[in-house]
Design a protein around this ligand. Structure first.
Ligand SMILES: *Cc1c(COP(=O)(O)O)cnc(C)c1O
Length: 373
């Protein structure tokens, strides 16, 4: 056993310096008597819009509901095809399927794990209504390339990419709509569920607003069938405490990624591919590829036995999930997504991780491969 265990994720470290401010905020909301939407949510929306360089930001109940509401705002429904990557969190495709539309899974670039624009081009059809690229692990998909292919609306799934930029443009500001999550592990992670939809289009913003409250622009007058996608005042107020610190948290993630890349460069592990260096990615996750049949899972077990926490994002490509079996995409149909699901491993990268801990993680990985030789 390693003397110093390294957790995969530890949120309590980051909360500690803000504890009195968070507690005072909780007290303020408790006494306000206003617990859903209201001035706290409106203030949070304004602050997010400014931080993300967008005209409109609408607080919603989760990142999953952000994707759902964005698709609903575009009136996506049965018969529509929506192109999305096969390698992402389930919610991206789940929202599409819940509306009766068909997720058209396409393959990824094996070096960045992001949607491959050439694969998108090959899957455009007269039924395609929108494209949902995912800024996976906090690295922006190539929106310019997608916009060069088609004028169809693009919904950016930016759940993992709050604060990321792509050639100077902010994640969530490039497509017709952007979707964010405040799940605790995300770059701006709250204290429960929460999400945000962004857009520069006033009409789309108004639709998301209405859809968020059961499609009712005025009380008890329903122009659309929406949902309850409302954000809590408490969540918004606590997130407002964190928002001014998100830049520093992202800077810490970038520094950790650079340190990992440097140590992996020095370790010369032929079986490990670190992610490509980037100054624009936010490294919501730091994901390595571990080559060799079953090597990823053996390394993961070894690290767990030695006190190092890791995660697998994601152990199955979405076209291989049982609920999407009817699409008929067999094993081998999207090979880059499938090999990523077999070979990728996410290492600890939360902002308050220490340089010493990063050293331990790389030393343990090096020890695993040394034992094999
Ligand atoms: C986290 C995540 C979501 C969903 O966000 P929730 O707030 O957990 O509902 C959607 N898409 C991606 C890519 C995510 O990582």
């Amino acid at each position: 056993m390693s003397a110093t265990p390294v957790p995969f994720f530890d949120r309590t470290r980051g909360n500690a310096p803000l504890e009195s401010e968070l507690t005072a905020t909780f007290q303020r909301i408790l006494c306000s008597g206003r617990y859903i939407l209201g001035p706290e949510v409106e203030a949070f929306e304004r602050e997010c819009a400014e931080s993300l360089n967008v005209r409109h930001a609408i607080g919603v109940s989760s990142g999953s509901d952000a994707v759902l509401a964005a698709l609903m705002a575009l009136r996506v429904g049965p018969g529509d095809e929506i192109i999305c990557p096969a390698y992402t969190f389930f919610a991206t495709a789940g929202a599409i399927a819940r509306l009766g539309a068909t997720p058209v899974f396409v393959d990824i670039d094996p070096s960045t794990y992001l949607i491959d624009p050439a694969a998108v081009a090959a899957h455009l059809s007269p039924r395609t209504r929108a494209i949902v690229p995912v800024h996976l692990f906090g690295r922006c998909a190539d929106i310019d390339a997608l916009q060069a292919l088609t004028s169809l609306p693009i919904i950016e799934d930016a759940a993992q990419a709050f604060g990321a930029v792509h050639r100077g443009r902010s994640a969530g500001s490039m497509g017709a709509l952007g979707c964010f999550s405040f799940f605790p592990t995300k770059n701006l992670g709250g204290f429960g569920d929460g999400g945000l939809v962004t857009t520069d289009d006033a009409a789309l913003a108004a639709r998301v607003h209405t859809l968020r409250a059961h499609g009712a622009p005025a009380k008890h007058h329903h122009t659309d069938v929406g949902g309850n996608f409302r954000l809590d005042a408490l969540q918004a107020a606590l997130l407002r405490v964190l928002l001014p610190h998100v830049g520093a948290a992202i800077a810490a993630r970038r520094a950790h990624a650079a340190r990992y890349n440097q140590l992996f460069g020095e370790a010369h592990l032929t079986a490990v591919d670190p992610p490509p260096a980037s100054l624009e990615a936010t490294y919501n996750q730091y994901v390595i590829r571990v080559r060799g049949d079953g090597a990823r899972d053996r390394l993961r077990t070894f690290l767990a036995d030695n006190g190092v926490g890791t995660e697998v994002y994601y152990p199955s490509a979405l076209h291989r999930q049982p609920c999407f079996a009817a699409l008929g995409l067999g094993e081998g149909s999207l090979p880059a997504a499938e090999s990523a699901a077999r070979e990728t491993l996410a290492l600890p990268i939360f902002p308050d991780l220490t340089a010493a801990e990063i050293g331990i993680v790389v030393a343990q990985i090096t020890a695993f491969f040394a034992d094999l030789e």
